[in-house]
Design a protein around this ligand. Sequence first.
Ligand code: SF4
Length: 460
Amino acid sequence: MITNNLINSNQKLRIALLSPRGPLYRHRTGIWKKTLRYMPLTLTTLAALAPPELNADVALFDEGIAEINLDLEADLIGISAITGTAPRSYELADHFRRRGIPVVLGGVHPTLLPDEAARHADSVVVGYAEKTWPQLLRDFVAGQMQSCYVQGSNLSLAKLPFARRDLLPGSRFTITHTIEATRGCVHPCDFCVVPTAWGRRPLQRPVAEVVAEIRHMAAKRLIFLDLNLIADLEYARELFTALIPLKLTWGGLVTTTIIRHPDLLDLLARSGCRGLLLGFESLSPQALAETHKGFNLRQDYHEVVRELHGRGIGIQACFVFGFDHDTADTFAATVDFALSAHLDLPRYAILTPFPGTPLFQRLKAEGRILTEDWTLYDGQHVVFQPHRLSPAELLRGTEWAWKQTYSYRAMAKRLLGARIQLPLSLAANMGYRFYAHHLHDYYNCDWYLRQQPLASGAPA
Ligand code: SF4
C-alpha cells in the first residue's frame, strides 16, 4: 500500500499521464508522418476518468509527438504501455520512482505481463481502466493505493465521461476526432492480443451516448478506433443508423465478414463511412486456418473489395507475413493481389507473437522465440524463427513488399483502379511511401541478419 503526502492537505492532485515512444512511433526521429497520425484515445480517456471531486490537474505527454520532460513535477504518474513501448515505459517508470514520484503502469502489456510490470511500478492496472483507474486515484488520495487493480467481468461502458481531447495538441494530428463505441472482439485469432488481454465478450456504449459525444466534438470527419465495429451485428445496425443524420465522413475497423450482410454494407455507406481497415492477413487458406482466422476463409477477397469500392468505401488492407505456410513466393503473390484488387492502402506486418498469446505459447514451446527484447515486438521485426523462411528472408521480403506496393507506378495502378476519394488516398499513400522507403532505418535486429545473410535481399 502506498501512502502520500496529499492526505489532510488542500493541495491539488497533479497527475501526469505518459504514452512512451516506440522504435517507430517517436518524436522527431520517428517514421510516422503527420499524414498518418490520428489522435489516440488512451491518455485523453484516462484524463476524463479522474473523479471530479478530486479536482485534479491532469497533464498528458505523448512521446510520439513531443519529448517527455524528465524533470516534470507530479504527485502521481500513470504510464500506458504496449509491448513495443514496454522497455521505454520501464525506463521512465524507474526514473520517476527514483525521483520519489509514485508510478502506475497500465495498458495492454502490463495486462499481459502484470508481474513484469510490477517490478517497475507502485501499482499495476490490469485490464480495462474505466472503473479501476478512478478507484486507484481515490485510494491514492486517501493514502491507500493498492499494488494491483484488476478489472472484473462486470464492466459497463454506460455513462462514461467524454475523452479530454483538449489536453493534447490537436495541431500535431491529421485527425483529432477519434472515438470508441465498443471494446473487444469476438474472434480467437491466435496472434492477436485482444482476446488474450480482454477476453472475447464485446462491450458497447449506449448508441445515444456515442452520438452525444460526436455532437459534443462537433465532428464532421471521424475515426472509430474500435477493434471490430461489427462484433455485434444488431448494435452495428443501430449505431450506423444513428450516424446517418449526423452527415459525417468516417472510417473504422471491421472484419471481412461484413460482406455477408448487404443491409449492413448499405447502412455503412449511408452513414458516411468512406474508409475501412480490414485484416485480410493472408491469401493462404492454410495460414488463415493456422492462425484461427477461419472466418476469412469464407470470403472472396476480390468480392470484399468490389462490394466496398462499389459503395465508395476505401480499403486499408492489412496483411501479415511469417505464417508457417509462408514461403519466399508469398511476398510477390500478396503484392500482385494488392495491385490487381486496387487496394487503396495496403499494409504489411511481420507476424509478432505478443507475450501471453496462444501464438507466443506455441512458438515458445517449439523453441522458436529468438528474442524477448520487447522493443522489437512492433510488427516490423522478426522475433521468432519462421518455418519455411529464414528471419532475414522474412524481414527483407516484407520490406520488399512495402517498396513494391508504394512505388509511384504501383500507387497509380491501385488508386486509379479504385476510382474513389483520390485526394485522401493519395495523401495517405504518400505517408506510407515514406514509411516503406525508410523502414530499413529502423531495423535494429541485425544481430541475426549477420548470422543469416540473404544474397539477393528480395524475394525471387
Ligand atoms: S478479428 Fe481482429 S481484433 Fe478480432 S481477434 Fe482477430 S485480429 Fe484481433
